[in-house]
Structure formats: C-alpha cells, structure tokens
Design a protein. Structure first.
Length: 326
C-alpha cells in the first residue's frame, strides 16, 4: 500500500493532483493583497506598509496595501470577511475589529460581518494610546484638561476613527472615569482624525503612538497621558492614566493580520510562518516600527486567538456602556 506522500507524488507525476492541493502547495503564486480598513496615516496603515514590504521578501510576490475605509472600519473588514478564502486577501486589523459588529447591533442594523468569519493569524503590535492636544493649547497636563472640561461641559471636542472605533472607546473610558463631557467628532479613520487635530478642527485625540510620535517630537502636538500600564518608549516623559489616579483607564490599540475563516489551514500556516519570520528576523521591519513608536509585540496561534477573544469581550462591554450613538 502506498503511503500518502508516495500516493501524492504518483498523482502529481500523472497530473492528477487536485487543483486545491496544488494551489496550497504553491502559495503564494501571485500578488497577495493586504487590506487596511482605514485611510492612510492611521495605526493600521503605519503597521501594514513595512509589514507588507517585509512579506514581499519572504513570499517573493508583490504585497500591495489597499486602503478601503468607511464606516469606522466596517467596510474594509467586511470585504475581507467575504473574500475568497484562498489566502490572497488579508486584513491588517485594529482592536476595533471585534467591537464593530456589536456597534451595528446597538444601532439596530444587522452586522456587515461577524468575528467568526475571520481567522486570527498573528498580532504585530500592541500599543497603549496617547492623549494628544495641540501644542498651542492651554492644557499642559491631564489635570488642566479635566478642570477645563468640567467648567465647560461639551465645549472641548475630541476626534476619533469613527463611532465605536478603538479611539472612541479609549476616550469613553477616560471621560467616564474623569466624569467629564466632551464633544465627540467621528472621522473615517485615525489618519483623518489626526489631520483634524493638527488643523485645529478638533481639540484632542486618543491616538496610537506610531502616527503621533513625529508630530510630538516636532512640537506640533503635546501628549498629556497614555493608556498603558507602563510608559511608552519614545514617550518616556508622558505619565500613564494609572499613575495619575485613574486605575481603570487602560487600553491598547493592537494591529493583527486576519484571513477569511474558511482559508485552508496550510495557507494559514504559511502566513503564520512568514509573519513570525519577518517579526523575528527582518531588521528593516523592526527599525521601521521602532521608528514609528510602535515596536513589534508578536503573537500567533492559540495565544493570539485567546488574546483576541478576551480583548474583544472587554471592549464589547465598553461599547455597550457607550450605548446607541445618534
């Protein structure tokens, strides 16, 4: 009796190997698309571009980054959830991925996708967000900001990447703990929200450290606090909310790669192997993410799956506390 390996070799010699097996064995044999569900300039985009460049060196195929923004990340995420499960369309997601379906339910709409339609492959980064204000603003500390907000309820605005996005949820945690009322101004992604802060359209923003770092160093923005348990590299002078007496204000914006759930396991494994390789060995990727203020925090397999499920459950509770947003 032929062993399976010998049988497959005989079938291959006879040209009788099933097409799906040949496709899996050759993956990738053409360009691989990495979708970012937000405009350029936000945390997902900042992570996706050097990651895609590093993957090209492993896959020996083009890995174009495709920005597909809209509805706070729903449109791009749903497009990958519905994509052909062949490994050629991946999503560089943010932590909002798991809460957006719940936000649609709260708004009385059927979700455009569910988390079960996507397979978590690997986490790339995991950063606390930072509270940013214009450097020209009068607020030099969280104490200044909170005191002013209490004097003028609803007068100070904050931008976000959209209703129920990670940037919205992070600020909701802070405003709830500080018992202040701010004006929420949603945008179609972290990039446009950051642009709005720089232009003075909004007064404050919770941002991933990567997109914010250069603007803080160049003196255009001021960082008042971070949502982490420890201070962030590059923001060593910025206290955490925990240090400032807000023990429950802790939030991380992570980036991770997802594939359609029905993608065959050999192809998922190829992705995991490639991502693990570049995160452990590709110095260009490491330098790019370090320079962006968003160092690699790699995780895959069962560890990332467990992290994703636990984080989603925690954030869904926060979104439910926000409730319906008109």
């Amino acid at each position: 009796m032929l062993h399976r390996r010998e049988l497959m070799a005989a079938l291959a010699a006879a040209g009788m190997v099933p097409a799906v097996t040949r496709a899996q064995g050759a993956f990738p044999s053409r360009a691989v698309q990495m979708v970012v569900a937000f405009p350029p300039g936000g945390q997902a985009d900042v992570t996706a571009r050097p990651t895609a460049a590093a993957l090209e060196r492993v896959f020996n195929q083009p890995v174009p980054v495709v920005n597909r923004p809209g509805a706070g990340g729903i449109i791009g995420s749903a497009s990958v959830a519905r994509a052909a499960p062949d490994g050629y369309t991946a999503l560089m997601a943010l932590s909002s991925l798991g809460v957006l379906p719940e936000s649609e339910r709260i708004m009385g709409r059927p979700p455009a996708y569910t988390v079960d339609q996507l397979a978590p492959i690997a986490r790339i980064t995991a950063d606390p967000t930072v509270l940013l204000v214009p450097a020209s603003s009068p607020w030099r500390s969280v104490g200044d900001f909170v005191a002013d907000a209490k004097k003028r309820p609803g007068a100070i605005s904050f931008g976000s990447a959209g209703n129920y996005s990670t940037l919205h949820v992070a600020m909701a945690m802070f405003t709830g703990a500080a018992e202040i009322d701010l004006l929420h101004v949603p945008f179609q992604g972290g990039g446009p929200a950051l642009t709005a802060l720089l232009s003075g359209t909004v007064n404050s923003l919770s941002s991933g450290p990567g997109p914010a770092l250069a603007h803080v160093k160049e003196g255009r923005l001021r960082a008042l606090a971070s949502w982490g348990r420890e201070r962030i590299p590059g923001f060593e002078d910025v206290p955490t909310f925990i240090e400032l007496g807000y023990p429950d204000v802790e939030f991380y914006i992570w980036t991770g790669v997802f594939l359609p759930a029905a993608t065959p396991e050999p192809v998922q494994g190829r992705w995991r192997d490639a991502l693990r390789q570049i995160c452990q060995q590709d110095e260009a990727l490491r330098r790019a993410l370090d320079a962006a203020g968003s160092p690699i925090a790699y995780q895959d397999g069962e560890a990332f799956d467990r992290f994703f499920r636990d984080d989603t459950a925690r954030l869904v509770k926060a979104v439910q506390r926000i409730g319906r947003v008109e």
